[in-house]
Design a binder for this molecule. Structure first.
Ligand code: ATP
Ligand code: MG
Length: 193
């Protein structure tokens, strides 16, 4: 299987769809958000550092994030391909990922972009706040995360298009999680023929 990068705004469903894809195709799954939250939970030095950024809606600095990603990637069984969920989030991270994979005789594979309106995103994130109690899911921090997304992450969409590997899936067109999954699975299977 080709590697997959899941790309989208906070609350667009990166984690949800990654889990479904990983299960269906037996792929590895790296969620940088989950890695960081585990570090915070375990009270590590990295966790303490990361918490300051996350609770403030900011990104962890690129150099640190790139090191975390490489360590996580190298510890993962490959074979069936890997899903990158929440990474890259900046052009520098994307270039580092491309280089890291090439050094290992691999490549980026395909990128899946989830397109969801800000209204729906806010609704989902505030609902998740009541269900999961994530410290960064409050309205003020969510607004900051949207701003960071627009300024630092969204420009990457064009970077992937220039690489010729961008595939977009629009919530307004698919309308349901099942509809999104059906379209995503079809594209993955087409790309792996
Ligand atoms: P989802 O679509 O799954 O709801 P999300 O954007 O709400 O995603 P995570 O991907 O879990 O949340 O990331 C949470 C926080 O962790 C980010 O706001 C950021 O502070 C930090 N983080 C995660 N990945 C990265 C990364 N690649 N670079 C920098 N910071 C990151
Ligand atoms: Mg997530």
């Amino acid at each position: 299987m080709k590697n997959i990068i899941i790309f989208g705004a906070p609350g667009s469903g990166k984690g949800t769809y990654s889990t479904e894809i990983a299960q269906r195709y037996g792929m590895g799954h790296i969620s940088t958000g989950d890695v960081l939250r585990a570090e915070i939970k375990n009270g590590t030095e990295l966790g303490k550092l990361a918490k300051g950024y996350i609770d403030n809606g900011q990104l962890i600095p690129d150099e640190l994030m790139i090191n975390i990603l490489a360590t996580t990637y190298d510890a993962l069984p490959k074979g069936k391909g890997v899903i990158f969920d929440g990474f890259p989030r900046t052009i520098a991270q994307a270039e580092a990922l491309k280089k890291m994979l090439e050094e290992r005789g691999d490549n980026l594979g395909m990128m899946i972009e989830l397109i969801v309106s800000e209204e729906v995103l806010m609704f989902r994130l505030l609902r998740r706040a009541t269900q999961e109690g994530r410290a960064d899911d409050n309205e003020e921090t969510i607004r900051k995360r949207f701003a960071v997304y627009h300024s630092q992450t969204e420009p990457l969409s064009k970077w992937f298009a220039a690489e010729g590997i961008r595939h977009t899936f629009d919530w307004d067109i698919c309308k349901t999680k099942e509809g999104m999954l059906e379209a995503i699975f079809a594209e993955i299977e087409k790309q792996n023929k």
